[in-house]
Write a protein that binds this ligand. Structure first.
Ligand code: UGA
Length: 447
């Protein structure tokens, strides 16, 4: 009989995973503890902006006209425990308030809520990003608290999806990593992922700590790449070099590669910043902190870029205070094709300038509601053109396609001064200069 799958937690990761499992042909039940999320998902609505996810969900959610009906949602742990053979834990693990360490309370409470309902053989699969050593601890908890005892097994299966590409990354992962302790667990997970594996996704089997470390080390490597190129941008600025050319040139070496070498205001979001911090905190607990002290530098290079953008803006406005200056900010989300503003470098820069007296007007294609919620005192406009109207300087801080398609001549008509700063090295400098703009970008020669 086909496996029945449950997904606990319906954020970016869980909602996408649940819909993808239904797409692969499984009967799926999703659970969340937030009633509003469940109500929305039952209506086929996604609680966030993620390209393609709503369509995928609507194709499978029971009760939606024309759907396969393979995907249902509940808030009832007993129903979930009864239903599933394989339970994926997809709740989030944010940074603990006031500390670097990871907050495990959602994972711990998901496992504690599920355990009493595991009455027969079941596999619980952790997907959340956790400190190394957690899987070991949670497996022991399950064996002790599930009525099924040792038949309630645990596996760790980290997730590598990127926001903005979540559907594609989940249906066609570039690798599947499973930390397992038994052949039975491995066999079940090979069954779950049979389709992507057949299509060529590598399937890597490891022990628990390796699976947990794969995730945090992958994100640390990506963070390191970005901070490396931003450090080179600082050197380019000190010497008159051009970091975009530099990235292109070193990127032709396929040991280095072109990806994740875009200099600018740095990385943000709900993953990279908190993951490198939690990794350092965990290494400290393990007495291996020296191994990761370099991540402290990666973090500080990254955070420095936000301040550098503020200073570059100040310079372009004549070097004095921001009082009375109108600043247009294009972009609020931490990356394009997402409405996520968590630890967004763009909003951080906008916020700093606002706090120093600048009159900031923000426009973002999808992130306006979320941005307003966390920064209600910033000004907001309904379009890029409206944000730029009357501005003394324009900051391009999130590289949405929409911004690359803007007509610099049209914007030039409404701006008070034609000065644009590209914090993402993504605009066509020549096109802006031709339209009479002074164009500056981080790590590149001036106008
Ligand atoms: C990241 C990882 O890329 C995923 O593989 C991982 O699964 C995910 O975290 C997670 O742990 O859940 P994501 O947070 O969606 O994915 O964002 P990225 O695409 O990695 O971008 C992170 C930040 O780096 C963004 O603010 C982006 O603007 C910035 N970035 C990216 C640069 O500044 N330069 C670059 O060259 C690339």
């Amino acid at each position: 009989m086909a496996l029945k799958i449950t997904v606990i937690g319906t954020g970016y990761l869980g909602a996408t995973h649940a819909a993808a499992m239904a797409e692969l042909g499984f009967e799926v039940m999703g659970l969340d503890v937030v009633p509003e999320k469940i109500d929305k998902l039952r209506r086929g609505e996604v609680p966030m902006y993620e390209p393609g996810l709503e369509e995928l969900l609507r194709r499978h959610v029971a009760g939606i006209e024309g759907s396969t009906g393979r995907l249902r949602f509940t808030m009832d742990w007993a129903e979930l425990g009864e239903f599933g053979d394989v339970h994926f834990v997809c709740v989030n693990t944010p940074q603990r308030h006031g500390e670097y360490a990871c907050d495990m309370s959602y994972v711990d409470s998901a496992i504690a809520s599920l355990a009493p309902h595991l009455k027969g053989p079941a596999l619980v699969v952790g997907k959340s990003t956790v400190p190394v050593g957690s899987a070991d601890r949670l497996a022991a908890y399950l064996a002790e608290h599930a009525p099924a005892g040792a038949d309630a097994e645990l596996a760790w299966n980290p997730e590598f999806l990127r926001e903005g590409f979540a559907v594609q990354d989940t249906l066609h992962p570039d690798r599947i990593v499973v930390g397992v302790r038994s052949e039975r667990s491995e066999k079940l997970l090979r069954e779950v992922y049979a389709t992507p594996v057949e299509e060529g996704s590598p399937f890597v089997v490891t022990d628990f700590p390796t699976a947990e470390l794969v995730k945090t080390s992958a994100n640390s490597f990506l963070a390191t790449k970005i901070s490396f190129i931003n450090a080179m941008a600082e050197l380019c600025e000190a010497t008159g070099g051009d970091v975009a050319k530099l990235a292109e040139a070193i990127g032709y070496d396929d040991r280095i590669g072109r990806k994740f070498l875009r200099a600018g205001i740095g990385f943000g979001g709900g993953c990279l910043p908190k993951d490198i911090r939690a990794f350092m905190a965990r290494a400290g607990e393990l007495g291996a902190d020296q191994a990761l002290t370099f991540l402290r530098e990666i973090d500080s290079i990254n955070m420095r870029q936000r301040g550098r953008m503020v200073e570059l803006t100040r310079q372009e406005l004549g070097g004095g205070p921001f009082l009375g200056k109108r600043v247009a900010v294009l972009g609020a989300t931490f990356k394009p094709d997402s409405d996520d503003v968590r630890d967004s470098p763009a909003l951080n820069v906008a916020g700093q300038i606002h706090l120093q007296g600048g009159q900031v007007t923000v426009y973002d294609p999808k992130g306006m509601d979320n941005a307003r919620r966390i920064f209600p005192t910033l000004g907001y406009a309904d379009s890029a053109l409206e944000a730029v109207r009357g501005a003394h300087v324009v900051l391009h801080l999130t590289e949405w396609q929409e911004f690359r398609e803007l007509d610099p001549a049209e914007l030039g008509e409404v701006a008070a001064e034609r000065v644009v700063l590209d914090g993402r090295n993504a605009l066509d400098a020549e096109a802006w200069r031709r339209a009479g703009w002074r164009f500056r970008a981080m790590g590149r020669p001036g106008a």
